[in-house]
Design a protein around this ligand. Structure first.
Ligand code: ATP
Ligand code: MG
Length: 365
């Protein structure tokens, strides 16, 4: 890579108590993120939760109502997007329609004063990287959505940003190309140390690519942690059910202390659950979350009684849909062994947690 005035590595990025309102409606509310130099962070959340708004605030296209954006210890709230030297790939690509692919990529470097020969070599290198070398002379409207997206990515990288912001960068790509691009971005990001914030509503993409994931819901930050922490120790009911799938079982708290509760499930068994969102009280109605792979089916006496309704063989695993005595539909995922018949519809089974410490309980209110 060329060494220009951006120097090596990425900048750290602090989102400090940022709130943004469009008129009376709050799009993001008191967001705090401390992103390390070179880190890849995913903003994950459902449509409308404020991901793009937050990205545009970081880039400098939207001025937040409250709070600060800090790049490498410098408050940049009064700097426009150009002066922040941030590479951004928008959700809608926003390519220059009257410029060819090569001209689109060359635009940023030209504006920064890079010489013609160097610029052309750089454009060639970047177009090879995104596998578009053969389409350099086309106009954006002569490209597919996925190709346009890759041009947008090459264009963002061309200014050698020290922060890269990507808004749903792979949404228009088919599955194989998406995987290639995910690996390519991650490799590039590692090599160059560009601090990267990537917006996605695809939880697999967030978990597989990011060093840390920020889960947003309705403008609020629900949790900011490593992918395994998010998946294994979700802080809120929202994170628990939005990331991965989780059975939600109704129950009543038998006893509780700080961080833990023993819950009698309506379906019939007692489980011990973590209570990360706050201590529960004995007698309180609650929801117990257990992921399909956190449950197992047995024939013994422990757990609660259920009946097999369906088995879905998914290659290495089989997901059983079973129904408990209280009518609750529950998914249980088990390893599948070749040649072993699936459980029959209507077969009675017992359902139990596969290990202690896997359940999480939240107040039902
Ligand atoms: N310019 C605007 N004026 C008024 N409201 C807006 C504006 N832009 C966004 N909003 C609202 O702010 C909220 C957050 O929007 P935002 O675009 O940040 O969501 P998002 O998480 O990026 O969603 P998606 O996944 O659909 O792209 C939404 O309720 C949206 O309707
Ligand atoms: Mg968006």
């Amino acid at each position: 890579m060329q060494k220009r005035d951006t120097g090596e590595g990425g900048r750290s990025l602090v989102v400090d108590a940022v709130t943004h309102r469009y008129g009376a409606s709050v799009a993001v509310e008191n967001i705090n993120l401390d992103i390390r130099s070179g880190e890849l962070v995913a903003l994950l959340g459902p449509s409308g939760c404020g991901k793009t708004t937050l990205l545009r605030i970081i880039a400098g296209f939207v001025r937040q109502t409250e709070g600060r954006i800090i790049l490498s210890d410098e408050v940049v709230d009064d700097l426009g997007p150009k002066r922040r030297r941030i590479g951004i790939v928008f959700q809608n690509y926003a390519l220059f329609p009257h410029m060819s692919v090569a001209e689109n990529v060359a635009y940023g470097p030209a504006a920064l004063g890079m010489g013609k020969a160097e610029r052309e070599a750089e454009v060639r290198r970047l177009l090879e990287l995104v596998k578009l070398g053969h389409l350099a002379d086309r106009l954006p409207r002569q490209l597919s959505g996925g190709q346009q997206q890759r041009v947008a990515l090459a264009r963002a990288l061309a200014i050698k940003p020290r922060i890269l912001l990507l808004d749903e960068p792979f949404a228009a790509l088919d599955k194989n190309l998406r995987l290639d691009m995910q690996i390519e971005i991650k490799r590039l990001q590692r090599l160059s140390g560009i601090t990267t914030v990537m917006v996605t509503h695809d939880q697999e993409e967030a978990l597989s690519m990011a060093d840390r994931v920020a889960v947003l819901s309705q403008g609020r930050l629900e949790q900011f942690a490593s992918p395994t922490e998010i998946y294994d120790r979700p802080q809120s009911l929202f994170v628990n059910t939005f990331v991965g799938s989780a059975n939600q079982l109704n129950g009543i708290v038998v006893s509780a202390d700080a961080g833990r509760a023993t819950v009698r499930l309506d379906a019939g068994a007692e489980v011990v659950a973590r209570t990360p969102a706050g201590t529960l009280a004995a007698g309180q109605r609650c929801l117990v979350c257990l992921r399909p792979e956190h449950l197992e089916l047995g024939d013994g006496a422990d757990g609660f009684a259920a009946v097999v309704e369906m088995g879905l063989p998914l290659g290495p695993t089989v997901v059983h849909e079973v129904r408990g005595a209280d009518g609750a539909g529950i998914k249980v995922s088990e390893p599948r062994r070749a040649g072993v018949a699936l459980r029959e519809t209507g077969a009675p089974v017992r359902v139990r947690p596969a290990a202690p410490d896997l359940a999480t309980a939240y107040s039902a209110s």
